[in-house]
Design a protein around this ligand. Structure first.
Ligand code: TYM
Length: 374
């Protein structure tokens, strides 16, 4: 059976993902060893997600670092489209963003696009996506961002500067551009056609508020890239710097192939999943193992297609030498899938217990984190 064609858009990711090809198609730059050395000067030891090339591509990251070295601070910007509960795939870029906030002391604008999710899902009401935005904000806060330097923008409540900047951006983007970039059609509602201007705004908020042109760096998975392409075209026309990006790969789902996606809940670990659900989902996961223990011992497994392996790799095993041993033991048939799954489930449950505790604590802190126009 031929492989399903690769599709990577902000609203759909499917097929086998070829990250090299995405770099070419999207016109981004790979993260080179040289660039990693440059980052290391500021961060000390490289973060796991850089060491393991989970963040693999960028635009203008070298420029952001040059500016920083020349004394220009930058702001960080990332976000969430609140259509349902947060899963551990979403946490991948957020954990990295927190790391950048810590080491560079940067402000973070975090956009909750309850408007986008309302516009894109025919059956969703704005009340529903706004309610989910508040729920998802608990996960953002639980990630540990600095309350003094983190500003959560609730799109549908914002108006003011968000709208003023959005129309500025919108005037510089044509319908034919967004049609080509996002695949909009005659039947697309005009809200979603305007929306890319809204997602562009947080790149410029700091500059607009302070009157000082301030570089912006966006950590996110590569599915969001189409937004930055149109934003980067508009930026110089408004007198702002083009926003820089650093792109990560997708944490896979627990099924065979494909990214973790809430539309397949059994293959998805939500941050609110109770321990017994985590146990069940991980136990039922697809692996790179053989059908029987005997065959596994004889022929070994294939970690390169195994979501269990990738969960250790992305989030749950910090130690590179242990990671290497795990891959070798799997290939040599020295470890069986059951054991590997049970160990992972323990780690995921420990992580989630702590995350859920912080999530509860976050309930009365949302106001503290919300962006308020000065
Ligand atoms: P959303 O809600 O689809 O995704 C939130 C963030 O999670 C990333 N992501 C993943 N990362 C790793 N593995 C996965 N399986 C995975 N699935 C999703 C996304 O790339 C994103 O970084 N339109 C946006 C909301 C938004 C935004 C932003 C995102 C507004 N401004 C700025 C990033 C940066 C959305 O719907 O994201």
């Amino acid at each position: 059976m031929p492989n399903e064609e690769m599709v990577v858009t902000p609203w759909k990711v499917s097929g086998e993902i070829d990250y090299e090809k995405l770099i070419q198609e999207f016109g981004t730059q790979p993260i080179t060893d040289e660039l990693l050395e440059k980052i290391k000067k500021h961060t000390g030891e490289l973060h796991l997600q850089l060491r393991r090339r989970i963040f693999f591509s960028h635009r203008d990251l070298d420029w952001i670092l040059d500016m920083y070295e020349a004394g220009h601070r930058f702001v960080l910007y990332t976000g969430r489209g609140p259509s349902g509960p947060v899963h551990i795939g979403h946490l991948v870029p957020w954990i990295f963003t927190k790391h950048l906030q810590d080491v560079f002391g940067a402000k973070l604008y975090f956009q909750m696009t309850d408007d986008e999710k309302f516009l894109i899902h025919p059956e969703f009401t704005l009340e529903r996506t706004n309610r989910i935005a508040y729920d998802n904000a608990l996960d953002v806060i639980a990630t540990g961002f600095d309350p003094k330097r983190t500003f959560i923008i609730m799109d549908s409540e914002q108006g003011g500067i968000l709208y003023r900047l959005a129309v500025q951006v919108a005037k510089r983007i044509t319908f034919s551009t967004v049609k080509a970039v996002f695949g909009f059609e005659e039947s697309s509602n005009i809200g979603i056609i305007f929306f890319p201007a809204v997602q562009a705004v947080p790149c410029f908020i700091e500059s607009a508020i302070t009157g000082e042109n301030t570089p912006c760096l966006i950590p996110a998975a590569i599915d969001q890239d189409p937004y930055w392409r149109v934003t980067r075209d508009a930026a110089p026309k408004l007198g702002y710097y083009k926003p820089a990006q650093i792109h990560c790969k997708f944490l896979p789902g627990l099924g065979k192939g494909g990214k973790m996606s809430a539309s397949l809940p059994e293959t998805c670990i939500f941050t609110t999943d109770p321990p017994e659900v985590v146990d069940r989902k991980i136990w039922n996961a697809f692996t790179g193992g053989r059908p029987t223990a005997r065959e596994q011992r004889l022929h070994g497994g294939d970690p390169s297609i195994c979501p269990i392996y990738y969960y250790y790799y992305y989030l749950f095993e910090d130690d590179d030498s242990k990671m290497k041993n795990l891959a070798e033991d799997c290939r040599n048939g020295e470890i069986l899938c059951g054991e590997c799954k049970l160990k992972l489930a323990e780690r995921v449950k420990r992580f989630l217990a702590e995350h859920q505790r912080r999530r509860e604590e976050a309930r009365n802190r949302i106001e503290e984190y919300k962006f308020k126009e000065p």
